[in-house]
Design a protein around this ligand. Structure first.
Ligand SMILES: Cc1cc2nc3c(=O)[nH]c(=O)nc-3n(C[C@H](O)[C@H](O)[C@H](O)COP(=O)(O)O)c2cc1C
Length: 475
């Protein structure tokens, strides 16, 4: 297993203050799109809180047989392997030097890979969009495919993309809880981004620009660029090549800066079951993100979730994404590539069955009636949790439209969107008092057959289960 922690040795490290300000805004307000008030006028505190609530270690577990302890983080990850690395470029922050940084998650510090210069503008110039030009802070999420591939082989590429989507939502929501907005750029030339970051085995996946009153800034003159770089730690003694992963990554790269196509809107003629009014929750953002955990399994039996809780989960998935591949930031009805199908097992006032959710009309259309527990588990590589949950989702991508809009690059975008939706479902479940688990392992063709999809035009990209978790004895 490759090391799940990346370090750039010899790069100077800057402390991110311990016990940073904790966002007490209710989780539901953040999921609903509300931007909280600023919490600090010190950028070191801001950065520390932002990363503490989106990417840091939040728990440890013990392997019963060996007694070995391992770390769990705020952001979930397939197999807890964490392919995603967080880099950021800063300019004109109060009490924080300009430059380019890598987040050292193992010790909650920032490695200064470049001091001075203007990597913020260099990165924003890669994405020719008018949004967020004045941003003082740009994150780059990179992916190390080998961390997933040693275990999941060719399928690992998809997990890397989901993981990026989860990390994106984790960062964007934490930013909002600290008084800043985020906008994600996915349409940038890969190699140029790699050059700016000085990375080799990490693939840049998303640029995320932040701005807003919550980010403490200060007027100061630019400083000269000094490259510190640092030596990336070797992640394992050997690396096994997975040519199919390299090929699909290559097929989805962009060689040069290009304008992103405006997505074509999705159409829908959905039928008739409307969502209920939303459930309430007092859980604070800080509490929700720091205590979020994946369920290892769900209790099954007769415990249900209310139709209001279920409606709330669905409602939060419909909120705008703020990304270049999703249309305009202020577009309240953005073009979506993902449609949620769901296997309703234990939801009050909803018959067991398969449903399709239309985010535009906020209604459910029933596709099949009857008990879906064995089928949902069977489709999810015989994982019991998909049948023991209260509801399990199949996220279906309009692959044909994504590829028409964006070429092969669109393959990445549908997975980013699925991961982002998954992260919202994680936080909404946690705030409602139950739990979730992302499920990357499922039988693609069988799902297509069962849901009556053509498999070319529409493809399943992610499964997700929500319900009452069994207690994890290892925590
Ligand atoms: C993209 C993705 C795919 C996942 N697939 C599965 C899965 O198929 N089965 C499962 O039990 N858990 C799955 N998980 C949950 C991870 O195992 C879990 O996030 C990881 O162990 C870390 O635990 P935590 O979420 O409690 O931090 C997945 C998570 C993600 C983000």
């Amino acid at each position: 297993m490759p090391d799940p922690f990346r370090h750039y040795e010899q790069a100077p490290v800057l402390d991110l203050p311990a016990d940073p300000p904790a966002p007490q805004t209710p989780t539901f307000q953040i999921l609903a799109g509300h931007t909280a008030n600023p919490l600090t006028n010190d950028a070191a505190q801001f950065l520390s809180s932002l990363l503490f609530h989106s990417a840091s270690i939040s728990a440890t577990k013990t392997v019963p047989s060996t007694g070995t302890r391992y770390a769990l983080r705020v952001n979930p990850s397939s197999g807890n392997l964490h392919p995603t690395e967080f880099h950021f470029a800063a300019k004109g922050l109060a009490n924080w030097p300009d430059g380019l940084y890598h987040y050292r998650a193992s010790s909650h510090m920032a490695e200064q890979r470049q001091s001075g210069g203007d990597p913020v503008t260099e990165l924003l110039n890669l994405a020719p969009a008018p949004w967020f030009r004045s941003s003082p802070l740009v994150f780059v999420l990179t992916s190390i495919a080998w961390r997933e591939a040693w275990k999941y082989r060719d399928r690992a590429y998809r997990y890397c993309l989901h993981d990026t989507g989860h990390a994106w939502a984790a960062l964007a929501l934490a930013a909002r809880a600290l008084g800043a907005e985020a906008f994600a750029f996915a349409h940038f030339p890969d190699q140029q981004a790699s050059r700016i970051l000085g990375v080799d085995d990490e693939w840049p996946m998303l640029l995320i620009a932040l701005k807003g009153p919550g980010i403490p800034t200060a007027d100061r003159p630019p400083s000269p660029k000094h490259w510190n770089g640092g030596q990336p730690n070797p992640l394992s003694t050997e690396t096994i090549p997975y040519p199919a992963i390299d090929e699909v990554h290559q097929a989805t790269t962009l060689p040069a800066i290009s304008t992103i196509a405006q997505p074509t809107p999705a159409t829908s003629n959905e039928g008739p079951i409307p969502l209920a009014p939303l459930a309430t929750s007092d859980a604070t953002f800080e509490h929700t993100v720091r205590s979020r955990r994946s369920a290892l399994d769900f209790r099954g039996g007769s415990e249900t979730i209310s139709f209001e809780m279920f409606s709330t989960l669905l409602d939060f998935t419909t909120r705008p994404f703020a990304a270049d591949f999703e249309g305009d930031l202020f577009d309240l009805d953005p073009a979506r590539y993902i449609t949620l199908y769901l296997y309703a097992h234990r939801i009050d006032d909803l018959d067991r069955g398969v449903y399709r959710f239309c985010p535009i009309t906020r209604t459910l259309q029933r596709k099949r009636l009857g008990d879906q527990r064995l089928m949902a588990a069977g489709l999810s590589l015989s994982q019991d949790l998909a049948g023991n949950s209260c509801v399990t989702f199949s996220m279906i991508a309009d692959m044909e439209r994504a590829l028409r809009d964006h070429g092969d690059r669109g393959y990445r975008y549908v997975h980013f969107e699925a991961g982002n939706i998954g992260q919202r479902l994680y936080l909404a479940s946690e705030a409602l008092g139950f739990r979730s688990t992302g499920i990357g392992a499922f039988y693609d063709d069988s799902v297509h057959r069962y849901l009556d999809l053509d498999g070319e035009h529409h493809q399943v990209v992610y499964h997700f289960a929500c319900g009452h978790a069994i207690t994890d004895p290892r925590l």
